[in-house]
Structure formats: structure tokens, C-alpha cells
Ligand binder design. Structure first.
Ligand SMILES: O=C(O)C(=O)C[C@]1(C(=O)O)C=C[C@@H](O)C=C1
Length: 337
């Protein structure tokens, strides 16, 4: 864009932002927030830089309307954390579609029904997401990126009194992230029903009497649930890391710092893990994560290192260890969560 128009557009963007801030302040100062405004602003989260980027993307929507849009899948329904992660990674200028389970997200990408899928891989409180690892063992797809999201859960219900809640719906991993809250309010011994996503949980809580959901505030809002408690996660710095999944791999670039994730099944004999790890030391590769994952009695190790699968020293290892299943080499966004 030439300089003259650049300044004009920037001025307009600033005016739009200022007006939205002004509207927000009036609503806040005069306690005029209704549910819609609260959820709307929380979604934009104007006091937080990363969400301002979303707004910026929105402003650019018209300008970029001719740009090719990617088809991106997330674990839905709408309002899930995975949807938030998808928007954080790709911006709003794309087509987003919800899929009901992690294994179906893999299947859709396998069938080339979309360009990318966003899938949760690990949480700072809970560790690895088992459904995702099981799907990686079944499919041969590529991780081409990562995205990290702060996770804040709400306890939402249409019951007037917390003592009337007899059933709680949520995703397994979300229950685990809120164990202190559940114990504090004596909710750990009532019925817990595990469902595929926290948004499905919100939906079930809205149609079943005497129930509640652990979900995002947006999912609660979308399903007309009252938020009884906010930020109920055990640790306020609760984070989930998501992978960007694709059928096509990306070419290695020289100016990018890469991370690689892989799974490996090692023989159940003494010294096999230590022998395996020694080769990485020999090749001067920095392994920074190793976690074990057991499915159907077979133990796999989920391992990550700094570097790319096409690096000379990595290729040497891959030649020797045919049982290594590379999940992908992708741009490092953070050291760890
Ligand atoms: O259920 C959702 O809303 C999701 O996006 C999935 C998911 C997960 O499985 O890790 C994502 C982030 C939180 O850790 C809880 C749930």
C-alpha cells in the first residue's frame, strides 16, 4: 500500500479501536454489561494484546477479502478452546469448521477434506492428551506448527444453588485441571460425565436438569448457562499446547528455529531407553521432553528435540531406528509450557 493510504487506513483503524474502547468503558463504568457484551468483549479481550490482533484481523477483513482462505478444522462445537487456538494461529480471515472428536479431526485431514486441523497435545497441569497420541499412532499426518493458549475454565449451570447440581459434564482433561475447586465445593463425589469437548458439556448441561458444565465462558454464554464460578482451574497459569495438523508437509527453511516431535516404541528390556537416548547425545541433539504413553499395554515414548527431521545428524538416527514415528518438524513458538 502506498504511504499516503497507509496513513489514512492506520488513522481509520485507530479511530475504530478508540470507539470500541470507548463503548467498552461506558458499559463497564455504568455496569451496563449484559451477557452479550460480556462474552463479546471477553472474546475480543481488548485489554490483552493477542486478542487485539484478532480485532485487527477483523478490521482487515474487507481489505483481504480476495485472499485465499484456508479451511481449518477444530474440535467443536463452537466456543471450544481449540476454536480459540485456531483463531489465534490463523487469524479470522479463514473458514473454520467444527468436528466432534479428535479422531474425526485426524480422519478429515487424512481424507483431505480440509487444509489444517488444530488438536490439543498437552496441558501444563495434566500432561499429554491421550486421544491425540492414540490418533497419531493410527494415522500418518504432519505436525506443521504449534500454538499455546491460556486456559481458564468456568463452572456453569442453570441451577440456582450449587447444592442442586447432581451431575457435571466436561472433557476428562478439564475435570483434572479443576480438582482443587471440585473438592473445595464438595463436587468431587457427585456424578462426572466425560464427553468429547467442553462445548458439548455446556450443551448437555443446558438440556439436563440438575447439571453443570466445566467449559469456557463463551461456551456457557452460547448455551445460555449462568456462570457460577470463573477461573476455576487449579493453577491460574494453566496452558494448553495445540498442534497444527496437515496432510502436506512444509519445506525446511534455513532461517527458522525448528522443533521435532516423535513417538518411539522401545523393546521392554533393560537399558533400551538409555541406549536409545545416548545416540542423541552422540549426535549432539538437545532432547528437551520425554514422556511415556501407554496404550493397550504397549509403552511408547513421546519425545521432542531442537532441530529438524531433515538435519544430517537426525537423518542418521532415523536410518538406524525404523521404529521412530516422526510427527513433524515445525517452527518453535515456545521452549515449553
Ligand atoms: O474441550 C475443549 O474445549 C477443547 O478444546 C479440548 C481441550 C483439551 O482436550 O485439551 C483443550 C483445552 C483444555 O485443556 C481442555 C480441553
Amino acid at each position: 500500500m502506498n504511504k499516503k493510504y497507509n496513513t489514512i487506513i492506520q488513522n481509520i483503524d485507530n479511530q475504530i479501536l478508540n470507539l470500541i474502547y470507548k463503548r467498552y468503558s461506558i458499559l463497564e463504568e455504568n455496569e451496563l454489561f449484559n451477557k452479550f457484551d460480556e462474552a463479546y468483549y471477553k472474546k475480543l479481550n481488548l485489554d490483552n494484546k493477542e486478542k487485539s490482533i484478532k480485532l485487527f484481523n477483523l478490521i482487515n477483513l474487507f481489505e483481504n477479502k480476495n485472499k485465499k482462505q484456508n479451511k481449518i478444522l477444530y474440535l467443536g462445537p463452537s466456543g471450544s478452546y481449540t476454536q480459540d487456538a485456531a483463531i489465534k494461529k490463523f487469524g479470522l480471515l479463514n473458514s473454520f469448521f467444527s468436528v466432534n472428536s479428535i479422531s474425526n479431526l485426524f480422519e478429515e485431514i487424512e481424507q483431505e477434506n480440509a487444509d489444517y486441523a488444530i488438536i490439543p497435545i498437552e496441558n501444563s497441569l495434566n500432561g499429554l492428551v491421550n486421544d491425540t497420541l492414540n490418533a497419531f499412532l493410527k494415522y500418518n499426518l504432519n505436525v506443521i506448527g504449534e500454538v499455546i493458549l491460556d486456559i481458564h475454565h468456568t463452572f456453569a449451570s442453570n441451577c440456582e444453588d450449587i447444592n442442586k447440581v447432581k451431575t457435571i459434564y466436561s472433557k476428562d482433561i478439564a475435570f483434572d485441571q479443576c480438582s482443587i475447586f471440585l473438592e473445595k465445593y464438595n463436587l468431587h463425589n457427585i456424578e462426572h460425565i466425560y464427553v468429547e469437548s467442553t462445548t458439548k458439556a455446556a450443551n448437555l448441561a443446558s438440556i439436563n436438569p440438575n447439571s453443570a458444565a466445566i467449559c469456557s465462558d463463551i461456551a456457557a454464554f452460547n448455551n445460555h448457562l449462568n456462570i457460577m464460578f470463573s477461573s476455576i482451574e487449579d493453577n491460574p497459569s494453566n496452558k494448553t499446547r495445540f498442534f497444527v495438523l496437515s496432510k502436506k508437509d512444509l519445506e525446511k527453511k534455513n532461517d527458522i528455529e525448528y522443533k521435532t516431535s516423535f513417538l518411539v516404541e522401545l523393546p521392554n528390556i533393560s537399558g533400551s531407553l538409555i541406549d536409545f537416548l545416548q545416540i542423541f547425545k552422540k549426535e549432539n541433539i538437545n532432547l528437551y521432553k520425554i514422556k511415556s504413553h501407554i496404550t493397550k499395554g504397549i509403552s511408547n515414548f513421546f519425545i521432542e528435540f531442537n532441530g529438524h527431521k531433515n538435519d544430517k545428524n537426525v537423518k542418521k538416527i532415523l536410518k538406524k531406528y525404523k521404529n521412530i514415528k516422526i510427527l513433524g518438524s515445525y517452527k518453535k513458538e515456545v521452549e515449553d509450557i
